[in-house]
Write a protein that binds this ligand. Structure first.
Ligand code: 6R9
Length: 669
């Protein structure tokens, strides 16, 4: 395996014509972005349409220091614009109306379609008019629970057009998780589809929405309108037998089919001019207390940052075909399936299915089919695919590829090398992009033509970003070293608040180290100045790129009547990155057996989603605790990996507990 010193230079064919052709160019641009942010971002903002022009004297203000007052960030405050106008009308006016915005590739290879910028604008306007006719106004929340279909993109942009705040929830979350999120933002409208196929699995999305809406109704919140895309009847099912759409239950007065209302709506809808600091969307992310956080992004800053990162990080050129495999329900889908590519007038692939259907080479089939130039996926997918024969990759023509992206979790050097060699033929640049729902766009990343690559290093900050490493005492670690990854100032797309909870925003991200935005991740800087993200430093787990908190899982487990206590830790997993390892203590009457294990796994699936199902559940008659009663997770993590080097246990109330847990690790652990 390559060491931290192994460096791969960008290939000459990538450097040629690259937007940033050398490290020196990058350094110069980065320096300017920090020293003259108004000038740097002002130039970029000029490429967009502003209904009320930007006041350059009031371009950028912020406070990151909680000891000096409330935390805030404002970019281009007072200017007005509309994001959907800039993504659609502006591109159509620039002569790109007939350009393909999306190639849609269905779960089944027989299903595909395409949409031009002009048609996308018409569809967006139509749906925006439908939303308005159902009473949706500027500032209202629209919950979205959708598969990867074109209507999902249309919904997002229709909200942006009328100033409604979209709140997408990944359509893999359970009805419980979804209802909690609908309630928190009090969504007026919900948009979904009857269902979708993922591989050979049928997802009954409308049925999950019905459960979620009835849970909301029990708590006094009624969703007024539910728009349902009739999707199943128009696609090929894995067995070939057509799906009968009348199986989907509809509630009179509340539920309407997309196909019954959208086609007759007008194709023109005047955009709502939004202030740069008006909300554009919210997106929930897990919080360490267990309650999800509604991360709030605003209009102007998010738009210019999504556009700029897309252009430089993927080294995008107008004739390129780009493909990001992320689901639209995650931040990667928001910024790099929808907003970033469309802001650049790009052509993208939108793929509905999985990497494994109908065969384990589907990704490479699609790259070849559309001659994809930039391909962006997650380490967990790469690790799953590298288990198969090389031939699955090598039998396809992947010569169109120029940039390969990775996102969601640290990429291990072995997966990086496989990606680089087998998929990229040692010709493509790999961009290991570190960012978060909260950051809105990439914050640490190599640039394709500029950055010599080190496998597994997120490398250097993007323009406008100033990373700092701090030690436990809050002192800056200069040069080589390791510590907390924080940022010393905001870039345009940093989240502005948590929906309806600015206090929690300040405590979660700005209190531990006054003056800095705290990511919750650790990082180290090597001798060459490269940054390596080492993973979460808080009680968060990253399972296949899905973040969740240990507290969230523990509180669900302990609701089971047989459980007295539960402690959950992350255990490294060869494909998922991390998996859940749960220690449970039963009550006096509870019996630890296979039935209980099955029930607990099922509860977690139902309450959070299938991706959260625990891999290991261990019986723990007692948990290692400090004398003050705090569970020592550090020790549990050691037990999970069977590493007896547990370090200092002098603070433990009862050291025997540790020995006992090591001795009784389950067979599948
Ligand atoms: C974009 C996204 C954010 C957390 C983040 C970190 C981990 C994401 C990473 C990475 C190392 C990378 N993470 N990208 N860690 N290298 N390239 O994934 O957002 O779902 O909010 O997750 O994911 O731990 O803090 P989100």
């Amino acid at each position: 395996m390559p060491s931290q010193r192994t460096v791969y230079e960008p290939h000459a064919s990538v450097v040629k014509n690259s937007h940033v052709p050398s490290l020196a160019h990058y350094e110069e641009m980065h320096k300017k972005s920090l020293e003259k942010p108004e000038e740097f971002w002002g130039e970029i903002a000029k490429q967009f349409y502003w209904e009320t022009p930007i006041d350059h004297k009031n371009f950028f203000r912020y406070n990151f220091d909680i000891t000096k007052g409330p935390i805030f960030t404002k970019w281009m405050d007072g200017a007005t614009t509309n994001v959907s106008y800039n993504l659609l009308d502006r591109n159509v006016r620039n002569g790109n109306g007939e350009k393909i915005a999306f190639y849609w590739e269905g779960n089944h290879p027989d299903d595909y379609s395409r949409l031009t910028y002009k048609r996308l604008l018409e569809e967006v306007s139509r749906f925006a008019n439908v939303l308005k006719s159902r009473g949706v106004q500027k500032g209202d929340r629209v919950a979205v629970y959708m598969p990867m279909i074109l209507e999902a993109v249309v919904t997002i942009l229709a909200c942006a057009r009328i100033g409604a705040i979209h709140s997408l929830v990944f359509a893999g979350f359970s009805a419980d998780s979804f209802s909690e999120r609908i309630l928190d933002c009090r969504a007026k409208v919900l948009v979904t589809s009857d269902g979708a196929w993922r591989g050979e699995k049928l997802l009954q999305l409308k049925a999950i929405c019905d459960q979620a809406m009835s849970k909301c109704a029990q708590k006094g919140h009624n969703v007024e309108t539910c728009v349902v895309v009739s999707h199943l009847a128009r696609v090929t099912s894995p067995s070939g037998t057509p799906y009968k759409s009348n199986k989907t239950p509809m509630t009179d007065g509340r539920d309407i089919y997309w196909q019954d209302v959208v086609p007759q709506a007008s194709t023109s809808c005047y955009p709502e001019w939004m202030e740069a600091e008006d909300p554009l969307f919210m997106l929930y992310t897990s919080g360490s207390t267990g309650k999800p956080k509604g991360v709030l992004h605003t209009t102007g800053g998010y738009m210019i940052y999504a556009a700029t990162t897309f252009k430089y990080v993927f080294d995008y050129r107008p004739s390129d075909v780009y493909w990001c495999t992320a689901d639209i329900g995650w931040i990667t889908g928001h910024t790099y399936v929808v907003y970033g590519p469309l802001a650049n007038g790009a052509t993208s692939v939108l793929y509905e299915g999985t990497p494994f259907y109908p065969d384990n080479d589907r990704f490479w089939v699609v790259v070849d089919k559309y001659k994809v130039n930039q391909f962006y996926t997650a380490p967990t997918a790469i690790r799953a695919l590298m288990k198969f024969e090389d031939d699955l990759v090598t039998r396809h023509d992947l010569s169109s590829l120029r940039v390969l992206g990775s996102v969601g979790e640290p990429i291990n050097p072995e997966a990086w090398m496989w990606y680089y060699k087998l998929v990229g033929h040692e010709r493509c640049s790999i961009v290991d992009t570190f960012w978060q729902t909260e950051t809105g766009g990439h914050v640490l990343t190599p640039l394709p033509g500029a950055t010599p690559m080190k496998p597994g290093a997120a490398s250097f900050p993007f323009f406008g970003v100033q990373p700092v490493i701090l030690d436990e005492a809050g002192k800056e670690v200069k040069g080589e070293g390791e510590g907390y990854l924080v940022f010393a100032r905001p870039w345009p797309s940093l989240m502005r608040s948590l929906y309806n909870d600015h206090d929690r925003y300040e405590t979660t991200y700005f209190t531990k180290f006054p003056g800095y935005y705290c990511t919750g991740d650790g990082a180290k800087r090597d001798a060459d100045g490269y940054l390596w993200v080492t993973g979460r430093v808080d009680d968060m787990l990253n399972v296949s790129g899905h973040l969740m908190s240990t507290a969230e899982v523990e509180s669900i487990l302990t609701e089971h009547p047989s459980l007295a206590e539960a402690a959950v830790v992350a255990k490294p997993h060869p494909v998922k990155g991390e998996c859940l390892y749960c220690f449970i203590t039963t009550t006096e009457h509870g019996v630890f057996d296979d039935k209980l294990i099955k029930e607990l796994k099922q509860i977690v699936r139902e309450r959070i989603g299938p991706f959260a199902q625990p891999d290991v559940i261990q019986n723990a008659p007692a948990l290692p605790k400090t004398r003050s009663g705090k569970i020592m997770r550090r020790i549990l993590r050691k037990i999970a990996v069977n590493d007896r080097d547990v370090g200092d246990i002098s603070t433990l109330a009862d050291a025997m507990v540790v020995e006992q847990l090591f001795a009784t690790r389950p067979k599948n652990a």
